[in-house]
Design a protein around this ligand. Structure first.
Ligand code: ADP
Ligand code: ADP
Ligand code: MG
Length: 662
């Protein structure tokens, strides 16, 4: 075994790899860009080397800089993590040329699977079942359109070089093919610098089931069973589990064999994943990812195997530690990817500082993989994943119960997150009953992405207490240290009650508080009056009692806002003058704003154009994903306030509607 490893990655996966390296007695070396000088992975490693500016192309993707860092620190091996250079055959070769062990498959195996088109051709020859489609070299648009017609609509256009759900477009009718092709190619060019595509039959109710394989250089190839990753948004996984519900032993064995055949066909070594799409009991090869997968922890939880340890052993030339029969499958594991993104705005990435970040405690049932800490920034430069939460139990129901509780314990402020969405999915009756496919989120959008709920009374009560505690402090002679001493101020003012208003997402809550005692007041809101009593619970939580019901929550000032967390839900309340007229800013509706920071890559309208609600106005690109900005209503565009190529902030005004009063 080698004695040191450089991790050519960042975030949670860098931290994950470092932990196993440490357990195995390997010296760990991190690399970082200027944006990550204070990042968790840098703090965790034994050594860390700066490799360049924030842009990934000049740091985490810069092969020479990473090799130079390895040379400088005497690293004997390089683990690429996932993403970045993990599936880059040139990088694997550069490592070999520098005499450094690449913890991954041989460059030739990476190349064989690097293009989805070429991989499909190869698998066809190896007898692995494929999704019907065209994966040839001819890229003439008219020819691709004819291929699509021959396959039969709907079809899926995919970037051959694709990954992460990027460069993929579903086309439902021939008339939309040309536009879909342009979008897919545009995204593919931006993300992979390669705009070749393939066209496939688009299956309408499939499941994504993949097999984790492992191979060594002594001819052993095993399957570490399957994962179901069907819960996806924008074709990217957000919830994964192992084993896959509702597959029987026959199908499991057949898929395992097909995956091992695929690995053998390309002389594979190390960890790899063969992805299949399954529908009506049949399964078809989609692609092989020649690296460690984001969702590998669910496999670790049911097999008890540390996949990173196996990667190190195989890379060092050892044989696989276990034969196929000895690979266990115990219980059920679920992983969710907690992202800084806004599900209500088409999952646009959300950037900002993690003003608060509390994740559940780890236990036998709960595992947390995160690469950020409270106070860290989620920037535009990298993937906006905050953490992966993984739960395990003896059966699926137990693992999902554990997950619902784990999600309820999360407190995140400073960025938008998909926490509420994840929570609603894992508690959804259809998901609980294992009745789902890759269209689950889209189909249940109405119930999974409900409009934000207005703060319930218990939340308003906790916010009121925070607000009261911040009022000018006049000591109560009876209890000079009590924050409730403010009541003295009220008495001095001759007031029996205090009016307060909290603004929340366009609504204003008007409250009247009648103070009684320390921690007790009456709260009037919307014609209701209730007695409130607040006590301190474990870990500084507030226990708010309203009419005999106690709610556990946590409320604190964050700048000008009072943020209240309860049961995995966050409410941000801004105290406003209760006597000021309410009502939203005038004319807000006439402006079209960017839903995220990014680059304007297309303007579909010009000043003077009239548009219908839903028409495409502009395309914004961020983190290599393109977002369509559509018209919120019918009207005429009065002015355009941006140009193609502009970098815009979240909320920046892109264009304005004419004030055509209706
Ligand atoms: P997987 O197939 O392992 O689930 P995804 O579908 O999430 O991975 O992502 C596909 C591509 O995006 C891969 O190349 C993956 O390595 C990359 N990727 C995903 N998440 C991250 C991340 N947090 N940092 C860097 N790259 C990522
Ligand atoms: P990536 O490299 O981005 O992971 P994949 O080819 O693995 O691309 O596909 C990503 C996801 O897109 C799949 O998990 C699946 O949900 C969906 N998908 C891919 N191919 C098809 C298809 N032919 N029909 C329906 N959905 C598909
Ligand atoms: Mg894939």
């Amino acid at each position: 075994m080698f004695g040191s490893v450089l991790i050519a990655n960042r975030g949670e996966i860098a931290c994950r790899v470092i932990r196993t390296a440490r357990r195995m007695g390997l010296r760990s070396i991190a690399v970082f860009s200027d944006a990550d000088a204070g990042a968790a992975h840098v703090a965790l490693a034994d050594h860390a080397i700066r490799i360049g500016p924030p842009a990934a192309a000049e740091s985490y993707l810069a092969i020479e800089r990473i090799i130079a860092a390895a040379r400088r620190t005497g690293a004997e091996a390089i683990h690429p993590g996932y993403g970045f250079l993990s599936e880059n055959a040139d990088f694997a070769e550069a490592c070999a040329a520098a005499g450094i062990i690449f913890v991954g498959p041989p460059a030739a195996a990476i190349r064989a699977m690097g293009s989805k088109s070429a991989a499909k051709a190869l698998m066809e020859r190896a007898g692995v079942p494929l999704v019907p489609g065209y994966h040839g070299a001819d890229q003439d648009p008219a020819m691709l359109a004819r291929a699509a017609a021959a396959i039969g609509y709907p079809v899926l256009i995919k970037a051959s070089a694709g990954g992460g759900g990027k460069g993929m477009r579903v086309v439902r009718a021939p008339a939309d093919f040309a536009a879909g092709l342009d979008l897919a190619k545009g995204e593919a060019r931006a993300a992979f610098g390669d705009d070749r595509v393939l066209v496939e039959k688009y299956l309408t109710r499939p499941r994504h089931i993949e097999i984790q394989v492992f191979a060594d250089r002594h001819g052993n190839v095993v399957s570490l069973h399957e994962r179901d990753c069907s819960i996806q948004r924008r074709h990217q996984k957000i919830i994964e589990e192992a084993p896959a519900p509702l597959i029987d032993e026959t199908m499991r064995a057949a898929m395992g064999r097909a995956a091992c055949d695929a690995a053998r066909a390309i002389g594979y070594e190390g960890a790899g994943t063969v992805e299949f799409i399954a529908e009506d009991g049949a399964f078809h090869f989609m692609e092989m990812n020649t690296r460690l997968q984001v969702e590998h922890p669910v496999t670790e939880m049911i097999t008890g195997i540390d996949l990173v340890e196996w990667q190190f052993r195989v890379a060092a030339g050892e044989a696989l530690p276990l034969s196929q029969e000895r690979i266990a499958r115990r219980g059920h594991a679920v992983e969710v990817r907690l992202y800084a993104e806004d599900p209500a705005r088409d999952f646009a990435p959300s950037t900002g500082t993690l003003a608060r970040l509390r994740l559940p405690a780890e236990s036998r049932h709960v595992r947390i993989e995160s690469g950020v800490r409270e106070g860290d920034a989620v920037s535009v430069h990298y993937d906006p994943m905050i953490a992966k939460l993984v739960t395990w139990d003896e059966d699926r129901d137990g693992a999902l119960r554990q997950m619902a509780q784990a999600l309820a314990a999360c407190e995140i402020d400073g960025v938008q997150t998909n926490l509420g969405l994840l929570r609603r999915i894992v508690t959804h009756p259809d998901f609980r009953a294992a009745s789902f496919d890759t269209g689950f989120i889209a189909r249940h959008e109405a119930s999974l992405l409900p409009a934000r709920e207005a703060a319930p009374l218990a939340v308003l009560a906790a916010a009121s207490q925070c607000w009261l505690a911040a009022q000018p402090h006049v000591p109560d002679p009876a209890d000079p240290w009590s924050p409730w001493a403010t009541r003295t101020a009220w008495r001095l003012n001759g007031a029996r009650h205090q009016d307060v208003a909290f603004a929340e997402d366009g609504t204003t809550h008007h409250l009247r508080l009648h103070l009684q005692d320390a921690g007790r007041f009456r709260l009037e809101s919307g014609g209701r009056a209730v007695a409130v009593s607040i006590a301190t619970g474990a870990e500084g939580a507030q226990l708010v009692e309203l009419e005999g019901e106690v709610t556990r929550l946590r409320a604190a000032w964050q700048g000008e806002r009072i943020v209240v967390f309860t049961d995995g839900v966050r409410h941000a309340l801004v105290p406003v003058d209760p006597h000021e007229a309410t009502g939203e800013a005038e004319g807000a509706d006439s402006r079209v704003r960017s839903v995220m920071p990014g680059k304007v890559v297309e303007l579909a309208v010009a000043a003077g154009d009239s548009v219908k609600a839903g028409d495409l106005l502009a395309v914004i690109e961020a983190m290599k994903v393109q977002f369509r900005i559509t018209a919120p209503r019918d009207g005429t565009i009065a002015a355009i306030d941006c140009a193609v190529g502009d970098l815009v902030e979240d909320g920046a005004e892109l264009m304005a509607f004419a004030d055509d009063h209706d």
